[in-house]
Design a protein around this ligand. Structure first.
Ligand code: C2E
Ligand code: CA
Ligand code: CA
Ligand code: CA
Length: 279
């Protein structure tokens, strides 16, 4: 038993060592990736269930490092947040995707909005609204074609300041989505106060929509409440037709997920438009 304990300790300490090592390596490589253009943005189309057309795309960052290989945003975004690198990275995603949407717009494709994930550190910058305004101007993109995705964590931290900032953004014409809804400390009463246009139901609820009566009931009430507050609902992570059908029955406005489209390069989005004959 003593030996076993000893081995266990060694295993434990070496795995902590490996984690620290990996973290440091990620941090260093991420800095390089930003400088050397190893970051990329892919776009996942979102379907409007009323028009049966694409309504927008979500910009999702990708990192394929020459040494580390593909690193998932779930692993490196938290590191980018802790180190502050999320400020330049987030700005870069905003610029890149706004420019891209400006190009789609000018190529005669039907106008869509691009949804950009905003991390809390980024949103809390004093000059955040100014920065967004500048990016839009430089990309020659009308503000109504930009949607910013914020999470409940951001929204509820200093809620009065958040509301003021959101109102400022909305005055510009930018729309707002509340992302990952249901995973945080979601208090439904906050929905009334937050000036948001879309609510994205987290995919953990969508998974069980037709097997789990409780998930069904939760989604049903989120949709009803949102609609009564004038908020559109987007279901995330829709992977099959039955989920889609169920969401239609519940009057969900939009869906996003592998069933409709995978995240894809900008070039593939062009093909996607062409295939669907949406212009
Ligand atoms: P998110 O904002 O909730 O983005 C949706 C995630 O779900 C994406 O993962 C997307 O690829 C994935 N997804 C889409 N459809 C399906 C589906 O049908 N099934 C399943 N299982 N997954 C689906 P991804 O691209 O790995 O991004 C993970 C998270 O990283 C994002 O979650 C977001 O929180 C963060 N992230 C990604 N790009 C950015 C960015 O540019 N800035 C910031 N701040 N965060 C980002
Ligand atoms: Ca998102
Ligand atoms: Ca989400
Ligand atoms: Ca998420």
């Amino acid at each position: 038993a003593k030996d076993f304990g000893g081995n266990q300790y060694q295993l434990f300490s070496s795995s902590i060592g490996q984690q620290t090592n990996r973290r440091l390596q990620l941090e260093q490589r991420l800095r390089k990736a930003l400088e050397q253009n190893h970051l990329e943005v892919v776009y996942q189309p979102k379907l409007n269930l009323y028009t049966n057309r694409i309504s927008g795309v979500e910009a999702l960052i990708r990192w394929n490092d020459p040494i580390l290989g593909v690193v998932s945003p779930d692993e490196f975004i938290p590191i980018a947040e802790e180190t502050g690198m999320i400020i330049p990275i987030g700005k870069w995603v905003l610029e890149k995707s706004s420019q891209q949407n400006g190009e789609w717009n000018k190529s005669g494709y039907p106008p869509i909005h691009v949804c950009v994930n905003i991390s809390s550190k980024q949103f809390l910058q004093d000059d955040f609204v100014k920065m967004v305004q500048q990016v839009l101007q430089d990309a020659d993109l009308e503000p109504k074609y930009l949607n910013l995705e914020i999470t409940e964590g951001i929204a509820l931290y200093k809620i009065d300041d958040t509301i003021e900032k959101l109102l400022h953004l909305k005055q510009l014409g930018v729309s707002i989505s509340l992302d990952d809804f249901g995973t945080g400390y979601s208090s439904l009463s906050y929905l009334k106060r937050l000036p948001i246009d879309y609510l994205k139901i987290d995919r953990s609820f969508i998974n069980g929509i037709y097997e789990d009566k409780q998930d069904f009931a939760i989604i049903d009430s989120i949709i009803s409440l949102s609609h009564s507050l004038g908020i559109n609902v987007v279901a995330e992570g829709v992977e099959d037709e039955l989920q889609l059908k169920t969401l239609r029955q519940l009057h969900c406005d939009e869906i996003q997920g592998y069933y409709y489209a995978m995240p894809m390069t900008a070039e593939k989005v062009n093909h996607f438009f062409d295939e669907k004959g949406e212009y």
